[in-house]
Write a protein that binds this ligand. Structure first.
Ligand code: GLA
Length: 395
């Protein structure tokens, strides 16, 4: 991969100093969906799939950006002082947004850059290809300019780029998982405090499997923003009964049940109910994993899906079908939609004994009923964003 990127870098930017290489992964969320903008917990892990960058400084303030995933866009030519997004929803806005966020935070790059990218995360699958691009850009800036920013800062600035420059008001989960991922571990993150713990993914004789429905999920202009607004309205209403309540994630399920009538709108009430109960499930799932209670973990995943389908309404028929097929297969411990929703992927825990049947049955039944061929991946939790230096890293 690195060689292909290096060749492309030379083709686009010509001779000069050798570039440095960087990588940032995508993520899959095991449980804790739509809790990260509600002050709750999430439980994602970084993938080994991700986005690569070859990077070199320039003597002037120009930014020259090329993506092997969008070759038709050619080299995007801009500069460090650009403060507005490029028109037409350019891929380069994720990069520019991070440059802007670093600059606004007093961590401005001091010269221009040549950057070539290549990513192997399927786009629109809900596996955070955009967060990977943001975190990757932040990691490049931090390393090339020796900036005093932590991995958490890189995640925060990536989120700011997405919120303020790209214009999607996502939470912190995706950027945090990409920046802070650890091989073989999931990250149990409190999105209110950003306290986190790694949890070894010791799944005995089971694996995490991702199934891509191939229904493209697009969050911009989708129900994502509506869900956020509905949760905000629910919180506002709850504050009339419980003044000073900081977030939905601060409530136990019992407290919520006692207060729920304070939310007059039934839709907002269901959204808030999901946020509160999903947060509780995520905390339970973390404990279950630590105790090796995989069956319990799986049941919590299934309950998460039902809640996202019925109360939060962010699933779609194809994803529901994938979970229903999975739930019927003995040896599948749990299966749910993952990520922002409205398409994308499911995540399942599948015992090794059931793996072949899982792949075969999902493939056959899903294609029969939808005409779409799903993509199925076995996941191993990968390391977070980093410079690729050692020879071993350069594969
Ligand atoms: C998207 C957002 C995240 C999070 C999830 C839902 O991936 O980018 O911040 O809200 O949806 O859990």
């Amino acid at each position: 991969m690195i060689q292909k990127l290096l060749d492309e870098f030379s083709r686009q930017f010509g001779p000069g100093e050798a570039p440095r290489f960087f990588f940032a992964p995508g993520r899959v969320n095991l449980i804790g969906e739509h809790t990260d903008y509600n002050g709750g917990h999430v439980f994602p892990c970084a993938l080994t799939l991700g986005t690569y960058c070859a990077a070199r400084k320039r003597a002037d303030r120009a930014l020259r950006l090329f993506s092997m995933n969008f070759p038709e866009a050619g080299v995007v030519e801009t500069d460090l002082d650009r403060s507005a997004p490029l028109p037409g929803g350019s891929w380069a806005n994720y990069v520019l947004g991070v440059v802007r966020a670093f600059t606004d935070a007093g961590q401005a790059p001091t010269c221009g850059l040549e950057l070539a990218f290549y990513g192997d995360i399927p786009a629109g699958a809900g596996l955070s290809s955009s967060a990977a691009l943001e975190v990757l850009t932040g990691t490049v800036l931090k390393s090339l300019f020796d900036l005093p920013v932590s991995g958490t800062d890189v995640a925060r600035l990536g989120q700011r780029a997405e919120n303020e420059f790209v214009g999607l008001s996502c939470g912190i989960m995706d950027q945090f998982a990409s920046a802070m991922g650890k091989r073989g571990n999931a990250i149990f993150l409190d999105t209110e405090t950003l306290d986190y713990q790694y949890a070894p993914l010791d799944l005995d004789s089971a694996h995490i499997m991702i199934v891509n429905s191939r229904v493209k999920h697009s969050l911009a202009g989708s129900g994502y923003t509506d869900r956020r607004a509905e949760c905000a309205r629910a919180l506002e209403a709850l504050r009339t009964a419980k003044p000073g309540l900081p977030s939905l994630g601060a409530l136990t399920t019992e407290e919520f049940t006692a207060l729920a009538d304070a939310i007059p709108d039934p839709v907002c009430r269901r959204r808030a109910q999901h946020a509160v109960f999903e947060n509780a499930r995520t905390v339970m799932a973390f404990t279950a994993l630590q105790r090796g209670q995989l069956a319990m973990f799986g049941r919590l995943m299934n309950a998460s899906h039902v809640s996202l389908r019925d109360d939060y309404e962010v699933s779609c028929p194809e994803i529901d079908l994938l979970t229903e097929i999975a739930w019927r297969i003995p040896g599948v411990l749990g299966s749910r939609i993952t990520g922002g929703g409205f398409g994308g992927c499911t995540v399942s825990i599948v015992t090794d004994a059931a793996a072949a049947e899982f792949t075969e049955t999902i493939r056959r039944e899903y294609e029969e009923k939808t005409g779409r061929i799903p993509e199925i991946y076995a996941v191993s939790a990968g390391e977070g964003a980093r410079e690729l230096t050692k020879e071993t890293d350069k594969e």
